[in-house]
Design a binder for this molecule. Sequence first.
Ligand SMILES: Cc1cc2nc3c(=O)[nH]c(=O)nc-3n(C[C@H](O)[C@H](O)[C@H](O)COP(=O)(O)OP(=O)(O)OC[C@H]3O[C@@H](n4cnc5c(N)ncnc54)[C@H](O)[C@@H]3O)c2cc1C
Length: 398
Amino acid sequence: MDMSFSPEDQAFRAEVRQFLRDRLPARLSEKVRLHQELTKDEIEEWHGVLNEKGWLAGNWPVEFGGAGWTAIQRHIFEEESALAHAPRILPFGIAMLGPVLQKFGSKEQQEHYLPRILNGQDWWCQGYSEPGAGSDLASLKTTAVRDGDHYIVNGQKTWTTLGQHANWIFCLVRTNSTVKAQEGISFLLIDMTAPGITVRPIVLLEGTPEVNEVFFDDVRVPVANLVGEENKGWTYAKYLLTHERTNIAGVGFATAGLAALKRIARAQVANGRPLIENPLFAARLAEVEIDLMAMSTTNLRMLAQAAAGQVPGAESSMLKLKGTQIRQAINDLTRRAVGPWALAFPSEALEGANDDAPPGPAEAAGATRAYLNNRKLSIYGGSNEIQRGIIAKSLLGL
Ligand SMILES: Cc1cc2nc3c(=O)[nH]c(=O)nc-3n(C[C@H](O)[C@H](O)[C@H](O)COP(=O)(O)OP(=O)(O)OC[C@H]3O[C@@H](n4cnc5c(N)ncnc54)[C@H](O)[C@@H]3O)c2cc1C
């Protein structure tokens, strides 16, 4: 029995586990397990299954069509989903825009956009970063100039995750450049099919076009698409980021990754013995596992604080930093565990000259792909250097 959770929460965990057993298609979980890229249809398929059950938006209040879960229930759902290799719920509509519209959007915006996020009519992407504005986000330059009942938008966003699938983008735009940077930013909802928008893919290290550049050339956006007040966008943007940083520790992903690593290390042979018995490898494995146990405890402590009504502060920076370090360490060890098979460039291994299965153990191509793709973990959601700065200032008082 899991002593960290109340009987109600343990019952909830059992319910989630059963649901995943019954409703998660093996076809999808196998792709997730092997770190293969999911298609748009596959992502939407899983969103549809969850929405039917009323579980797509665990973080939304029931009045907006959400499940209204507690922080602990959300943690349990995320952990069980990761362990079952379920596709991850896309954060852009559910975790990011939804809470902003619920708190700051007009009634019309709430009634129009929120149901469309749930039923999959709209696919949202996040237009925050620009070529000259990442960590220093407030220096963003994309402009929105008022022209009657429209804004005219010009500029460029970058690193827009899965923007190639999106029909809407929420953007931070500059509506006043004569005041302090943070005070001249607005939060605008933009139809990606509007004339003047160009989306250009950026191919990541492992060969997938997961992110994009988005260009705006005299794009006309109705003033009705402004969220909240003009020039107050920074407040809404910060509110959104606190939601972006939930589940930041990724305990479930790390736990699932560690279990997979142990399976591989048991099956692989080094010098005539299972790799897991190699003292050097075993020591590195133990180090990561201990780190994960410590982080898991810290995570639960924070969840308990949240349940008691406290707002997490710089502690979430600790979880982001440690969580991403642990996941990257697991990716690194997994790549080492599959040995020379990890050298195959994933696209070559997967496509091959014919229809043969990729060489080596099933996990080989996925190991390299995950290793390369997850370099992003320490960059997005506030880079790890930025998190160290926050920890130094807020927790250590430096
Ligand atoms: C795969 C991926 C997906 C992304 N998806 C999206 C998305 O969908 N939408 C979106 O808007 N953005 C997205 N981003 C952008 C992401 O938020 C930024 O990359 C991130 O904020 C860092 O900004 P930057 O890339 O401009 O780097 P910079 O801010 O230029 O930083 C460069 C380096 O300097 C360091 N640095 C910067 N400032 C400091 C400081 N004050 N102290 C110490 N070190 C510092 C950084 O840590 C980094 O190592 C994505 C990024 C990646 C990699």
